[in-house]
Design a binder for this molecule. Structure first.
Ligand SMILES: Cc1cc2nc3c(=O)[nH]c(=O)nc-3n(C[C@H](O)[C@H](O)[C@H](O)COP(=O)(O)O)c2cc1C
Length: 168
């Protein structure tokens, strides 16, 4: 048995999902106008990567039907969702709901879509993609950044949406 197969047998995907879920993350909406329509999904695999050049990464499931559409866009809007966005986040992950129903968003001339009341807006361009198991790691160059410092981010922890508590 290969080392990879042994690893996969040692910890089941269900156990792993539960284990990883204790690590709190923000949630980012990745969105763009594609053929005049808003397209997007929610990810919590967002990471800051480099300051010079400015790079961030996301990991996209190999079975995602949304990413192949977004991958064609010249620019992608990344919004760090705000504390008021739990319902919208569920929609942005749904396979059946109208993902943008009731959402307030802003489309830039370059096609990036940014969600109103988010904590951070980034306008990005895809720069590289690396295979990563059942996901693909996508590297994105950051071309514009707009911070909304008074808006708290939505927090995802143990499969639930939470809000930040006070300082310790
Ligand atoms: C909180 C949260 C975080 C998610 N993070 C990711 C992620 O990092 N990468 C990913 O590919 N999908 C992630 N998803 C799932 C996608 O939002 C979406 O449900 C999935 O891509 C299936 O839809 P699609 O086939 O339209 O792409 C996440 C969903 C939720 C609710």
């Amino acid at each position: 048995m290969s080392a990879q197969a042994q690893l996969a047998e040692a910890i089941s995907p269900t156990e792993l999902r539960r284990a990883f879920s204790v690590f709190p993350t923000g949630v980012v909406a990745v969105c763009a106008l594609i053929e005049g329509k808003p397209v997007g999904f929610a990810v919590n695999s967002f990471n800051s990567v480099s300051l010079d050049p400015p790079l961030v990464s996301i990991c996209v499931g190999n079975t995602s039907s949304t990413w192949p559409m977004l991958a064609k866009a010249d620019r992608l809007g990344l919004t760090v969702l705000g504390a008021s966005h739990s319902e919208l986040c569920r929609k942005l992950a749904s396979r059946t709901a109208d993902r943008f129903e009731g959402a307030a968003w802003t489309a830039k001339d370059n096609g990036a879509i940014l969600i109103d009341d988010g904590a951070l807006w980034l306008e990005c361009r895809q720069s590289a993609a690396f295979p990563a198991g059942d996901h693909e790691m996508i590297m994105l160059e950051v071309h514009e950044a707009k911070l909304f410092a008074t808006i708290d981010p939505l927090v995802f922890h143990q499969s639930q949406f939470r809000e930040l508590m006070g300082e310790t």
